[in-house]
Design a protein around this ligand. Sequence first.
Ligand code: CA
Length: 509
Amino acid sequence: MEPRYVQVNARDNVAIIVNPEGLAAGVAFPSGLALREAVPQAHKVSLRDLEAGECIVRYGEVIGRANRAIPAGFWVREDMLDLPAAPPLDELPLATNVPAPQPALHGYTFDGYCNDDGSVGTKNLLGIATTVQCVAPTVEYAVRRIQAELLPRYPNVDGVVAITHTYGCGVAIDAPGAAVPVQTLRHISLHANLAGLPLVVSLGCEKMQPARLFSSDLPVLGDGPAVIRMQDEELRGFGNIIGAIMRAAEQRLEELNRRRRQTVPASELVVGLQCGGSDAFSGVTCNPAVGYAADLLVRAGATVMFSEVTEVRDAVHLLTPRCATEEVGRALVREMRWYDEYLGRGHADRSANPTPGNKRGGLANVVEKALGSVAKAGSSALAAVASHGEKVMAKGLVFAATPAGDFVCGTQQLASMNMHVFTTGEGSPYGLAMVPVVKVSSRTSLAERWYDLIDVDAGRIATGEATIQDVGRELFQFLLDAASGRRKTWTDHWGLHNALAPFNPGPVT
Ligand code: CA
C-alpha cells in the first residue's frame, strides 16, 4: 500500500495516517509532504509548519491550539494541543441553517411484529421485568429453567430476557434525578420487542414498587396483574416462587407464540446510534457511513436517535443551526447545560471523556472526538430533542440526551429503539439482548482481526475501496434484514448481551 493520509476538509492543517503499520521517517506522500518522524496509523501529521499558538484544524474546525511550533511532517501528539473552550451556550445560532428535506424514499420495508400500541418489534421476546436488584438472581434462575423446559415448545418466540438492573432500592426515589432510571426501566419493560407486556417480578419491600415502575395500571396477564411478589404470604419456599414465575411464563409464551412477522414500512424503525472505543478514523469512515444510512432512514420516514452529550457538546455549534425550529434548538442547549452542571457538581468537565484507547487510536481530545462523533447524525434537520429517560416518539433525526458510556447510553436508548448501530475503532464486544446491535468498524484491520464480531467494515472508505455512500447503503440494507430476522448480528450469534445500566443522577441512600 502506498503512503496515504486522510485530510477531511480543505482547511485542515493536520491529516491522519491510513497505512495499518504507520509510516516511517522520510516517507514521502504523493502531495510532496515528507514525514520528519515516524507516525502511527490513525495519528495526525502536520501538513504545514505550525506556529506556537496557532489553531490546529481538523474537520474544518479548531480542535486545539499548538502549544509549541510544529514543523510540517511531524507527529501531532495529544500533548502538543491545548484544549479550546467549549462553545458558549448563550450565543449559539438556533435554526438558522435548517437543511431542506431530502427526497422521500418509498418502498423500503421490513418484517416486524406489530403491537397493540402501534409500535413494531424486531424480535419476539418474553420479558421479565424486575423492580429491584434483590430479585435478579431468582429471575435469572427462572430464565434458565424457562429456556430449558418451556421455550423449545414455543418455536415462534425468539427468547426470554431478564430485565435486571442495579436500581430499585437504597435510593432517594422521590429525588428529581430518580425519574431518569425509573422512566428508562418503565419504557424498557414495556418495549416493542416484548410485545409491550412483561411479566414483573417484585420483592415486596423495595422502594420502586411495581405501581411506581409503571406509574399507571400494572401490566395484566389473563385475569390479573402480571406481577409475582416474592414476599407474598401464599408463596412458600423457593420452589413455589419459581413455580409461580414458570406458570405465568407459560401463559405468556402461549400468547407470544401465536405472533407472526408482518411486512411494515421502514418508517417503523427506531434506530439508536452509538459509538464506543472510537479512534481518529471513526469520524472519516464508520461515522460518516452511519450518517449516510441515517439520512436514508430519515428519508424513509424512520426515527434515528443519536446521543452521548459529552461527545456532542464540543460540536453543538454545528448542530443548533440544523435544528428544525428555535424551540428544538433551545431544547438541545438545555440538555448541554444540564450536563455541564451535572459534571460541574462532580468537579469534572467534558475533558474527562476520552479514554486511553481513544488516545491510542489517535484522538487528541474530546473536541476531536466530538467532531467525529456527530458525523453519525448525517445531514438531516434535527427534528426533536428528548431528555434523559424520555421515550422518543418523534420521527426523523432526534437527539436523545444520554451519557456517553456505552452500556449506560445503550440502556437509555433501549427505552425507545428497536435497532441499534454501534461504531467502533478500537473494538468492543458490546451487545444487548433485546435488540439487534449492528457493529461497524472504523478500520479494516479491526474487521479482519474481529471477523466474527464486526458486521460491517467501514475501513474500506479510508483505503478507497468503498465510498461513504456504498457503506451507508450496505448498512441500511443490513438494518432492514436484521430487523426482519433474516440476518443475525454477531452479538446475537454469540449471545453477547451486556447487563443493563440505567443512568441514575439521583442520590443513593
Ligand atoms: Ca458511547
